[in-house]
Design a protein around this ligand. Structure first.
Ligand SMILES: NC(=O)C1=CN([C@@H]2O[C@H](COP(=O)(O)OP(=O)(O)OC[C@H]3O[C@@H](n4cnc5c(N)ncnc54)[C@H](O)[C@@H]3O)[C@@H](O)[C@H]2O)C=CC1
Length: 584
């Protein structure tokens, strides 16, 4: 079934290669598809054989020999050798009948991970998976709003469960595909926009625009959509059966977000035609994956399992051409991630260790935690990080910085223990000063635009007030008096756990107004939902809007803002795309 067709050149992390390959995403299919013979593939010293006994379809990554012409050229030696061509994936080896199939492994308790659920903090996107369209439709990452966390986590992490009405992630249209608009900016369709073209018409249009590889890739994705769960399960079974050494990169327990890695892979493949978006998405992803211990040599293993799962579940449409398209896409994906990680390695650690220096319980389920990183941690107010506790190794969760960068280098977070939330519960109930946690790199673009004098309208719901507070401090530090109107929402007065701090800031800064808003209980302050306040107060003509809080609040907040005529490019909130790009 799986004839030997192509093999994959070793992916590389060398800076020379990085310079030469750049993003790699803009390559044409033809450029990637440099035909190689199978014996050439063996030249890579991969240890791969003839495809008869070794079921691996991808040559493992090998360090390039320094005597290779391209390397010498990169090192500054004169060479008449051609510049390095982008890596090619060249699956070798037929998938013969003797190949190990995961079906059996799935039931085999000796296969690591075989009977477990898939990773909570996946390899490719521990906190989230595919970018999703925003409330207004297929506007891409900027239109993305965080979706409801799926049980049991509920911690501040993007979720990969499609929100109702947002369409399936596997839909082979641009529905779930990030596009160009500036990240972090909400771009829902205007309420009075003409009706979207019928799905079929849109698809026809996209097909007409798409490259041959993109068409093949989408066709495969359409085929697996009805069996997405099975495809995902098979993918992980393959991965852990064929590459048990990779099992350690995943958390011990695997929860409902089992398909993050798989989804991230498919998302990336889907973006194959959009070099800029793909590069940005994958570069973030590549950098974020350093903290998991992801190595270049892991990529071929993942690629072969991806193709393996697709081969099986898209069998009705699978062809040699389709396989080659996926191989090219995956090669480009891998190379961008590897290059980004290699570049990042030169300037930043894979993770930071941070000692808890203060643990302040504000309510029965909310704590404000302050940590001291072991080395300087550069970030911007409004950004978030990923965080791992000693109690749940390899389970990472996102939290926003609750303060602007401080001279003492300390970082603080607002943590709410959610039911069955492993990390959040541990941080609230178990963590003590002296405990050491790990931090991934910062991410997110919900940052203050200091290039404008526009006012800032901020909606902070629950612990979503954390980045808003950081932004207030940031505006204060910049010294320009910009009007800042903060609506701080909670379900009841008790949950306004940071109101004292916010009101203290209000007293210090004449340009700042803080209004508590309580939705579900009696209050002396404003009663109602945060989005209502958008309509009730204002006008907001000269304001930029920043939203942070539960996904439902963000969605209805964006709706309210758009409803009163705020331009899309003036609405900012953490986007799922950014969370994915942060490697989580
Ligand atoms: N801890 C952090 O660093 C950050 C947390 N977040 C997110 O903020 C959220 C905070 O959760 P909780 O404190 O439990 O908030 P919560 O559920 O208590 O709600 C906070 C406020 O949002 C409003 N709200 C909730 N759902 C709404 C909806 N569908 N429409 C309109 N308003 C709605 C509530 O009425 C309340 O005013 C979590 O989803 C968390 O992931 C966001 C950014 C940073």
């Amino acid at each position: 079934m799986f004839e030997a067709r192509q093999t994959m050149d070793a992916l590389t992390t060398s800076s020379a290669d990085h310079r030469e390959t750049g993003s790699g995403s803009g390559r044409s299919a033809e450029a990637n598809a440099v035909p190689r013979t199978e014996s050439q593939g063996h030249d890579q010293g991969s240890g791969q054989v003839d495809g008869q006994g070794d079921w691996s379809w991808f040559a493992p990554t090998q360090p390039r020999s320094t005597t290779e012409p391209h390397q010498r050229a990169a090192d500054g030696e004169e060479s008449d050798a051609p510049r390095r061509v982008p890596s090619q994936i060249r699956p070798v080896g037929a998938r013969g009948s003797e190949q190990q199939r995961p079906d059996a492994a799935w039931d085999d308790p000796h296969v690591p991970g075989a009977q477990e659920e898939a990773p909570a903090a996946s390899w490719f996107s521990p906190g989230s998976a595919a970018p999703t369209p925003g409330p207004g439709g297929p506007e891409g990452p900027a239109a993305t709003v965080p979706r409801q966390p799926s049980a049991p986590t509920g911690e501040y992490q993007a979720d990969d469960t499609p929100a109702p009405g947002q369409g399936s992630w596997f839909e082979p249209t641009s529905e779930a595909t990030p596009q160009k608009p500036a990240a972090g900016t909400a771009r829902p369709a205007p309420p009075d926009a003409p009706a979207a073209p019928p799905q079929a018409a849109a698809s026809v249009f996209e097909e007409a625009q798409a490259s041959p590889d993109a068409i093949l890739i989408r066709r495969a994705m359409a085929a697996i959509e009805p069996v997405a769960d099975k495809t995902t399960a098979y993918f992980y079974a393959l991965l852990f059966l064929q590459h048990p050494e990779l099992r350690d990169l995943f958390p011990a327990a695997m929860d409902a977000q089992r398909d993050r890695l798989f989804k991230a892979l498919l998302t990336a493949a889907k973006l194959v035609d959009d070099a800029d978006v793909l590069t940005e998405y994958l570069s973030h992803l590549g950098r974020g994956h350093r903290k998991y211990g992801t190595k270049p040599e892991h990529y071929p293993a993942v690629g072969e399992c991806l193709i393996g799962a697709l081969t099986r579940y898209a069998s009705d449409v699978w062809s040699a051409q389709m396989e080659a398209a996926w191989v090219r896409a995956y090669t480009a994906i891998s190379q961008i991630m590897i290059d980004a990680a290699a570049a990042d390695e030169r300037s930043a650690p894979a993770w930071w260790e941070a000692e808890i220096v203060s643990h302040e319980r504000r309510t029965h389920d909310i704590a404000v935690i302050t940590v001291r990183p072991d080395q300087p941690y550069p970030f911007l107010a409004g950004q978030y990080t990923s965080l791992e506790t000693p109690w749940w190794p390899r389970v990472w969760r996102h939290y926003s910085f609750a303060s602007a960068p401080r001279p003492d280098g300390l970082l603080s977070f607002h943590i709410k223990a959610v039911p069955a939330g492993w990390v959040s519960s541990a941080l609230v109930n178990r963590a003590r000063t002296g405990d050491v946690i790990k931090l991934g790199p910062p991410g997110g673009s919900m940052t203050v635009d200091h290039g404008t004098d526009n006012g800032l309208l901020c909606l902070g719901g629950g612990t979503g007030i954390a980045p808003i507070k950081a932004m207030v401090e940031d505006v204060a530090k910049h010294g320009r008096k910009r009007v800042m109107e903060v609506f701080y929402g909670a379900r009841n007065d008790r949950d306004l756990y940071d109101l004292d701090t916010m009101q203290r800031l209000e007293q210090q800064h004449s340009w700042l107004s803080v209004r508590p808003v309580v939705s579900d209980g009696p209050t002396d302050g404003l009663a109602g939902q945060l989005p209502e306040m958008v309509r009730k107060y204002g006008p907001w003509h000269s304001y930029d809007a920043y939203l942070s809080g539960p996904p439902g609040m963000i969605r209805s907040g964006v709706d309210a803002l758009v409803g009163i005529g705020m331009p899309y490019d003036r609405i900012r909130h953490d986007s799922l795309e950014e969370l994915v790009a942060a490697g989580d």
